[in-house]
Design a protein around this ligand. Structure first.
Ligand SMILES: Cc1cc2nc3c(=O)[nH]c(=O)nc-3n(C[C@H](O)[C@H](O)[C@H](O)COP(=O)(O)OP(=O)(O)OC[C@H]3O[C@@H](n4cnc5c(N)ncnc54)[C@H](O)[C@@H]3O)c2cc1C
Length: 464
């Protein structure tokens, strides 16, 4: 038994943030190796709640994940200790009550996380141990010799990333022991955010995540390389909320899926996108809301068009289907996210920020790095090497929803329109069209795309 100088039991703290798992979690493994007793701690950070980071879908998923983590820790001899307040106030309080040798926490990319880490360091000093790369599939230390540097272009990053062999996951620790203390009450979803979650939300937590990964490794991944670009969600893994909350570790998912087949290699590429954006945000946290590489755009101010997009009433069925699915299910395939973002920023030529904010208000997997930087990629202000590319919603609809099933599933007014005609309601017989109660297009596509191309040309020529 490790004793401190005064003969008391040595205790360490594993401060969980969004690494809500017992498997492959360096924070928990090292904290439990450090001392006889461990405090697996979750702080319901009221400041984070006040920023409105949660939506009802993420709140429900997070509450599930905490309950599941508590059960897993109990099965290993401990429990999840919950406190409410700011970590920099809660942790010193525990330090006063117990002989805490070290406090372990995962580093994270956002400005909020950087601030939290600094504030903890101010109160804990050199007892704070910050674990890097708890969230990523490939450790940044294996990719970059200078931690202040970040990769700016995806393809060369991915080439380096692919050459790093997968790291074997750490086993979940066993025989954990708590010091005597009150464990506190587990939070319910309403404490993070009020409101009803979407109906078909996946269950949160490591147990559900591992189950999802198992079924993905079985049948799911077969055909991924061919089908991943579709509009329907069942062709991809749907692991994103589990990865976002750290119910699964990126490194473990990469290790489990490997790269033996083309499907596995294409899937690994998606995990690399996640790491790529995470390292961009970690190096430049301000790009959550500022242009990464602005083009000088002066976005139009058209609140009615923004509202039509938010409410799925643009008159372009595939865009409206995506927006309605987002609100109803808290979920969208990558293709649907891309075409909806392109429509807002390039067809309507409206700022990406309100779009990104709206996505964060609904997505169950809402993630600052992946959401904001994908939005910027699509707006042409981010890391895309072809910032002027535009997605034509009709081409997208006819190629990725050739029979119109996706649109009919999400837009009830159009359910009676058979086949691909659903993508062009303006071509229907005027009497039929009137009866549908579906809006006319909010813009003319050709004019809108010419406006965007012309504006960007002008901005380029002004820059010389
Ligand atoms: C405008 C826009 C907003 C987005 N917002 C988010 C977000 O808030 N949270 C989020 O996790 N993803 C976001 N993405 C990325 C991507 O759409 C989702 O990760 C993916 O659709 C989730 O489904 P999946 O888990 O079945 O993905 P799969 O295709 O099975 O991919 C496996 C994992 O790789 C990661 N991944 C896949 N594609 C990307 C990508 N382009 N960028 C970063 N990571 C990726 C995710 O963690 C995903 O779970 C966004 C994309 C766009 C275009």
């Amino acid at each position: 038994m490790a004793l401190c100088e005064g003969g008391e039991m040595a205790v360490s703290i594993a401060l969980f943030t969004r690494d809500l798992r017992v498997h492959d979690n360096p924070v928990l493994v090292e904290a439990s190796a450090d001392a006889d007793r461990v405090i697996p701690l979750y702080v319901l950070d009221e400041r984070l709640v006040a920023t409105g980071f949660a939506n009802p879908n993420r709140a429900a998923f997070l509450a599930d994940s905490l309950h599941d983590l508590h059960a897993s820790l109990q099965a290993r001899g401990a429990a999840l200790v919950v406190r409410r307040g700011a970590p920099e106030a809660v942790v010193p309080e525990l330090l006063r009550q117990h002989e805490v040798t070290r406090v372990h926490v995962a580093a994270d990319a956002s400005a909020f996380a950087h601030g939290r880490e600094q504030r903890l360091r101010d109160v804990v000093g050199d007892r704070l141990v910050v674990h890097h790369d708890v969230h990523r599939a490939v450790a940044s230390s294996a990719l970059q010799s200078d931690p202040a540097h970040h990769d700016k272009v995806f393809t060369p990053y991915f080439q380096k990333w692919s050459r790093i062999p997968p790291r074997p996951p750490l086993p979940a620790p066993t025989g954990l022991r708590l010091p005597p203390l009150d464990v506190g009450a587990l939070p319910e979803a309403e404490e993070f955010c009020a409101g009803e979650p979407a109906e078909r939300l996946p269950a949160g937590g490591e147990t559900a995540g591992r189950e999802r990964l198992r079924s993905w490794l079985g049948e799911g991944i077969v055909g991924f390389a061919e089908q991943a670009a579709g509009l329907l969600t069942r062709t991809t893994s749907q692991l994103s909320p589990y990865l976002h909350f750290g119910c699964l570790s990126g490194a473990e998912v990469r290790c489990a899926t490997g790269d033996a087949t083309e499907d596995a290699r294409q899937f690994a590429r998606q995990l690399a996108w996640r790491d790529f954006y995470d390292q961009v945000l970690a190096a430049r946290p301000e790009v959550a809301w500022e242009d990464y590489r602005g083009q000088g755009d002066r976005w139009r101010d058209a609140p009615d068009e923004l509202l039509a997009w938010q409410e799925g009433r643009t008159g372009y069925p595939v865009v409206d289907a995506a927006q309605r699915q987002l609100v109803a299910e808290g979920w969208l395939s990558n293709r649907a996210r891309l075409l909806s973002a392109s429509f807002l920023c390039k067809t309507l030529y409206l700022d990406w920020r309100p779009g990104a904010r709206f996505f964060l208000r609904h997505l169950v997997d809402g993630d600052l790095a992946a959401n904001q930087l994908n939005w910027q990629w699509m707006a042409g202000t981010g890391t895309d090497t072809r910032p002027d590319r535009v997605m034509d919603p009709l081409w997208q609809a006819e190629n990725h929803d050739p029979n119109g099933d996706y649109v009919r599933r999400c837009v009830p007014e159009l359910r009676s329109v058979a086949g691909p005609a659903v993508h062009r309601p303006w071509d229907l017989d005027p009497v039929v069209r009137e009866g549908l109660g579906y809006p006319a297009p909010v813009v003319d596509l050709e004019e809108a795309h010419a406006r965007f191309a012309g504006t960007r040309r002008e901005l380029r020529s002004r820059r010389g």
